[in-house]
Design a binder for this molecule. Structure first.
Ligand code: SAM
Length: 325
């Protein structure tokens, strides 16, 4: 095993507890990273169990290939989890026992100045998680118009000073490095708010560069389709935008959070939420791993067709709905 400190897995026991229900099942870790969660999934699997470890980052795949050398139950797939329905072998469709997503960037990506993810290290404004993506953060910073930048920082960063920051960027560009972007933001945001604003601006850029919201929506839909009945979906999110999508999809089967009802007036959804209250890390986990600070875990189970239709029948047989056939 090499470089064990690549990334410390967040909410590890909780994630594995909800995810692995069948030691002989086929699982997908859509965000392999340093392989922290994957290693614990493997510990729970029998000789017949299988794990697909996906990541769009070449370096993560390279690291995991070394870490799990000689382990035949795991297969690595380089690519975006949003396309897992086409990247995984066809027989996985409808038969996956569990899918895990631990969103965002790994500590390794964050600490590598050349990737441009951190405002605390000077490096190129890149932020691409996968080498196949075209747009970099520098493209966005130097090519977007004022309104596009302002809206991006507001929508994906929830940054209140988005207008002032966008104006300052337009005035100072071209900006090619994280250090230069930091200096520009520092000119318009008071010192005591600076780190929080920078975190929000960098988050917004990363989301846009990696098309994160669309890919999350796609994987929630396609992943649900790939699960077998009673298969588990476990997602760890790190900011409110991704948590909201996940919460709505698990609860309602859509991203807007609109209840969908059957003929009998029962709410129907492809998934059943397993933890009514979102799971967050303990104080001791956050103290040991500050990256866990904003983590939220949600887990859901795929419903069978019978589960969904049984609700309607129960309503009829219990006499609560006199209009049914
Ligand atoms: C927080 S880390 C995962 C850490 C991992 N759970 C561990 O314990 O080592 C997130 C990883 O997911 C990858 N990733 C993020 N979004 C992705 C996507 N849409 N498709 C594939 N990989 C993605 C990143 O490249 C990164 O390596």
């Amino acid at each position: 095993m090499t470089r064990i400190t690549y990334h410390k897995p967040v909410l590890l026991n909780e994630a594995i507890h909800y995810l692995v229900t069948d030691p002989h099942g086929t699982y997908v870790d859509g965000t392999l990273g340093g392989g922290g969660h994957s290693a614990h999934i493997m510990d729970k699997l029998s000789d017949r169990g299988r794990l697909f470890g996906m990541d769009q980052d070449d370096e993560a795949i390279r690291h995991a290939t070394e870490r799990f050398a000689g382990e035949s139950r795991i297969r690595f797939i380089r690519g975006n989890f949003g396309y897992m329905d086409v990247l995984l072998p066809e027989e996985t469709s409808g038969s996956a026992a569990g899918i895990l997503l631990d969103l965002g960037v790994s500590s390794h990506q964050l600490e590598e100045p050349g990737r441009g993810f951190s405002f605390q290290k000077d490096g190129p404004l890149d932020m691409r998680m996968g080498s196949l993506q075209g747009t970099t953060a520098a493209n966005i910073i130097n090519e977007y118009g004022y309104e596009q930048l302002r809206d991006l920082f507001f929508e994906y960063g929830e940054e209140r000073e988005s207008a002032r920051i966008a104006r300052a960027i337009i005035r100072d560009r071209p900006l090619e490095t994280t250090g230069k972007l930091r200096d520009t933001v520092a000119r318009v945001v008071p010192e005591r708010f600076l780190n929080k604003s920078l975190a929000r601006i960098f988050q917004a850029l990363r989301i846009a560069v990696n098309n994160e919201m669309s890919m999350l929506k796609r994987v929630l839909e396609k992943g649900t389709w790939m699960l077998r009945e009673k298969g588990r979906f476990v997602v760890i999110t790190y900011h409110s935008l991704e948590d909201r999508l996940c919460k709505n999809y698990f609860r309602y089967g859509n991203f807007e959070g609109k209840p969908v009802k059957d003929f009998y007036g029962n709410e129907i959804s492809p998934l059943r939420v397993l933890n009514k209250k979102v799971i967050t890390p303990s104080k001791s986990e956050v103290a040991a791993n500050p990256r866990a600070r904003s983590a939220k875990l949600r887990a859901a189970e795929k419903q069978s067709d019978e589960d969904v239709t049984a609700k309607g029948k129960n309503r009829v047989s219990s006499g609560k709905n006199g209009d049914g056939p």
